[in-house]
Design a binder for this molecule. Structure first.
Ligand SMILES: Cc1ncc(COP(=O)(O)O)c(C=O)c1O
Length: 446
């Protein structure tokens, strides 16, 4: 606890920081509304709720004397370490899982593509923005996964939004895991389909919801992540496949955090369970994590991919083609992933090792299963901020995840592990975290 901070000041700071749901709900100001005919504030961006929340959060951090952890600027590449200003930190905030972001071959491929094609393709692919690298990447991805074809989008986020938004409509139902990434929720909302979350990885509940609702809808699609990005646990693909078959539903899996991570060769969730990837109807992955680039991919049957390639509005049709450098970087990273499977093995070793070390210190790693996402749950946004701040002062960069990104009880630090870390670094981070949690007055218990 900060002894300089009096109790009343702390209470206020908590409210300012949105540390309690109730506090935030009460604190949100309501401006004079048009029901009274007063429109004077309606064009003032200062009263938009997001901005008000931001101001409260900034004020709260300043009041507590805490460094604002957001938008911290780094130099160079985020590997096992990162440079911030003139200091080097152990880095647990990047999803450079296979340590390929600055690999000389990846950089060289990107530079060659940049020289050959320029900085951008300057048009949507449908019109005149296609370069041979685009199809090369898509063929490499589909071949690696054992799918008929694949199509690349300019952003992982837009991939989910466009795909769900385009493929489904008001006569359909989208059932998604309660912890699914925001991009899938946005896509589901855009589609106009009935959207029903099922409790996290609760397949009995999913089965029940489908049994009760399926017949009222034309199509049903189940959407899950492979490795969950906040909790690091793994969706149980065999159960999902049995359910989708029972209810004539489609299955979409977001493998942002499982591509290059799960399975012997890093092919993802299906390989992890010894199944062909084709059991997944709509396979989604991002290029921004293991593939050290930027963009997203959908893989699946030829008809699905042809349809998306020609018609998906946000990804292909009304959006510029993936940049030459990004396309080449992803092709190169995928080739390295395949040629150097020891990266996947090392990532797996590091992930499990770190989880075990943190648990040995009595820290609460929630649902972690030895994937590169390892949460340390503190159950309090203020403690999470303070522990993150203290670790930063000790040369460790790990970001807090606060309410409202997760519920207040689930506030945490989220460690991303990469193949670029080593054991002494992981030991040190686990120990320093346990000490910082104890210092902050948090429970060190599972
Ligand atoms: C599960 C998941 N899906 C989709 C995305 C969006 O991907 P991108 O950041 O590459 O746009 C993310 C982002 O981290 C993610 O974690």
């Amino acid at each position: 606890m900060n002894p300089l901070l009096k109790n009343d000041a702390r209470t206020r700071a908590r409210a300012l920081l949105h540390l309690h749901t109730a506090a935030s709900a009460v604190a949100t100001p309501v401006f004079a509304d048009s029901a009274n005919g007063d429109l004077t504030q309606s064009t003032d961006f200062k009263v938009f709720s997001g901005y008000q929340d931001l101001c409260r959060q900034r004020d709260g951090m300043a009041m507590l004397g805490l460094r604002n952890p957001y938008f911290s600027v780094h130099e160079g590449t985020q590997r096992g370490t990162v440079q911030v200003e003139e200091h080097t930190y152990s880095s647990f905030s990047s999803y450079n899982y296979l340590d390929l972001a600055s690999h000389p071959t990846v950089i060289e491929s990107a530079v060659t593509a940049l020289r050959r094609y320029g900085a951008t393709v300057s048009a949507s692919r449908v019109v005149s923005g296609e370069i041979t690298l685009h199809r090369q990447l898509e063929r490499a991805m589909s071949e690696f996964l054992g799918m008929e074809d694949a199509v690349a989008f300019v952003s992982g986020y837009a991939t989910n939004v466009s795909t769900l938004g385009y493929l489904f409509g008001p006569r359909d139902i989208i059932l998604h895991d309660a912890l699914i990434h925001n991009s899938a929720i946005t896509g589901a909302k855009l589609s106009g389909a009935r959207r029903m979350p099922y409790p996290h990885n609760d397949y009995a509940a999913l089965d029940r919801i489908l049994a009760e609702n399926r017949k009222q809808y034309r199509r049903a699609v189940i959407v899950t992540e492979g490795v969950f990005s906040m909790d690091g646990d793994i969706a149980h693909l065999p159960e999902l496949v049995a359910i989708k078959q029972r209810h004539h539903a489609l299955l979409m899996v977001d493998e942002a955090h499982s591509l290059g991570v799960l399975g012997k060769t890093g092919a993802g969730l299906a390989e992890h369970f010894g199944l062909p990837t084709k059991v997944i109807d709509i396979w989604m992955g991002t290029l921004s994590k293991s593939l050290s680039s930027c963009g997203g991919v959908i893989a699946g049957s030829q008809s699905l991919i042809d349809n998306l390639r020609m018609n998906a509005p946000g990804g292909i049709l009304y959006s510029v083609g993936l940049s030459p450098a990004n396309t080449a970087a992803a092709i190169s990273a995928l080739a390295l992933l395949r040629a150097e499977p020891h990266r996947v093995t090392r990532l797996r070793h590091n992930s499990r090792y770190f989880m075990e070390q943190t648990r040995a210190h009595g820290l609460n790693t929630g649902l972690a299963e030895g994937t590169p996402v390892v949460p340390v749950i503190l159950g309090n946004s203020l403690s999470s901020l303070r522990v993150s701040d203290r670790l930063f002062q000790q040369g460790i960069q790990v970001h807090p995840i606060l309410y409202p990104a997760v519920s207040e009880e689930a506030a945490r630090l989220r460690f991303f592990i990469t193949s670029g870390h080593d054991e002494p670094q992981l030991d040190h981070a686990a120990q320093a975290t346990a000490e910082a949690v104890a210092w902050a007055g948090g429970k060190v218990a599972r």
